[in-house]
Design a protein around this ligand. Structure first.
Ligand code: RAT
Ligand code: ZN
Length: 426
């Protein structure tokens, strides 16, 4: 059925964007089986590291250690008092908490933190997971699975079947960022025949390590977060491991290598996870990787606003590159809008405009609500431009496009069936 007016178009796009199930391709969520690793509830929401950073800005005299020594509930109380009661909570991370409460049917106007706590205390984890997936319209999420984190690695020893709503991604930062400092010794401890130098023996050992974890996890991709100083090719352990281990094994299993580039880690270590910052990276590096390894697939998101245009252009040059998400400090309405507009103009529907990066399950509710609104507006503008040329749009074409943007393009890039369609076709 064709659409006739811009008004009809806008409301159909809004409705379609709101109701299309999402594949969230990068989160830090876990299934219930990873004992205690899945975070949810108001105290976790309030102590999200984005909010911790904002809280310290209002407390010049609060020692970092004092904050970290507090219980989670005490930290949450301080964040609430500081950012919600003593100041208006319109920063994106604060607004997000209120969107979550509102979407759960809680009375945001009451400002009654204890009532919110009581609501969450009345839920079981599994019932809450079901509720959040249902309310958010998220169909499936991809976890970040890091075998170098003890609790995660140990968790895998007892896990057979992963909840199908949760996909896996093998995260390998220590392999690339700390090989010579310590990671080689950890692999040795775990029985891999490696040494500090990236020799032939080491290459075989690392490949074996990757194969073991890929077989165990069945990840959608292998991922790493990289600093602005990342270069490729480079004369370093990192460069050699990428070239000789990561890329060949990625080809062997036909999975992409996902690069998240642009983070300057721990510029203020006392802030913990909140202490990382952003720097300008070199998009040429991404182009080199894609050009030198045409048989590999690369997923990429970059952290600096200034890198977004170059990255979108790179994706026009290399079909083995798929750009995704408005990462971390870019996950703010003004920047999401700007980036989404530009990406749609340069890449059409061959992009995944957003991922949530949720660390707390409940955040699926706000991150996607906020992004859906922006994506719908931008998309409607683009379709209106088409109507102006005399082009006619069919409803089913709009549905197709939106489903591509919310995971379809990603799954096609992977060469795997889109699980959302599998459900729709039943
Ligand atoms: O956005 C975040 O929560 C960051 O702390 C990082 O986890 C980042 O997204 C990453 O995956 O490294
Ligand atoms: Zn992340």
């Amino acid at each position: 059925m064709a659409i006739h007016s811009k008004e009809e178009l806008r409301s159909f796009v809004r409705e379609t964007v709101r109701s299309t199930p999402i594949s969230d391709i990068h989160t830090h969520l876990f299934t219930e089986d990873f004992d205690g690793l899945l975070l949810w509830g108001i105290d976790e929401l309030l102590t999200y590291h984005y909010l911790v950073a904002e809280t310290f800005r209002f407390h010049p005299d609060l020692a970092y250690e004092t904050f970290w020594a507090m219980s989670k509930k005490e930290q949450a109380d301080l964040v609430w008092q500081t950012l919600f009661i003593e100041h208006s909570p319109y920063s994106e991370a604060c607004r997000g908490v209120l969107t979550v409460l509102n979407r759960l049917g809680l009375d945001v106007a009451s400002r009654d933190l204890e009532a919110y706590r009581a609501f969450f205390a009345s839920k079981s984890t599994s019932e809450y997971i079901d509720l959040v997936f249902k309310l958010s319209g998220v169909h499936n999420v991809c976890m970040t699975n890091d075998p170098f984190v003890d609790a995660e690695r140990e968790g895998w020893a007892t896990i057979d079947n992963v909840d199908p709503r949760f996909h896996t991604a093998l995260r390998i930062d220590p392999l690339l960022m700390q090989w010579e400092e310590k990671t080689w010794e950890r692999l040795q401890e775990w029985g891999y025949d490696v040494e500090q130098q990236v020799t032939d023996k080491t290459v075989e050992g690392i490949r074996e390590f990757l194969r073991v974890w890929i077989r165990k996890m069945n990840p959608l991709y292998m991922a790493v977060s990289l600093p602005p100083s990342f270069r490729y090719p480079e004369q370093s352990a990192r460069g050699a491991i990428i070239e000789k281990c990561i890329l060949p094994v990625a080809r062997e299993f036909d999975i992409p290598f996902a690069m998240m580039i642009g983070v300057n880690k721990r510029v203020n270590p006392a802030l913990g996870d909140a202490g990382d910052s952003v720097g300008l990276s070199d998009v040429r590096v991404v182009e080199q990787l894609c050009a030198m390894h045409p048989d590999n697939k690369f997923l990429c998101t970059m952290l600096a606003r200034e890198n977004q245009h170059g990255l979108a252009v790179a994706a026009r040059k290399f079909r083995n590159l798929h750009v995704f998400g408005c990462w971390w400090f870019l996950n703010n309405p003004s920047l999401i809008e700007e980036m989404t507009r530009m990406r749609f103009e340069l890449l059409g529907t061959s992009v995944t405009p957003q991922h949530s990066d949720c660390r707390v399950l409940d955040q699926l509710l706000y991150k996607w609500d906020h992004s859906r609104d922006i994506i719908a507006n931008v998309l409607a503008d683009k379709y209106c431009d088409l109507l102006d040329t005399g082009w006619k749009l069919k409803k089913k074409e709009i549905r197709r496009d939106v489903s591509d943007l919310f995971g379809g393009a990603f799954w096609r890039f992977l060469g795997k069936p889109n699980p959302v369609e599998a459900v729709a076709n039943v």
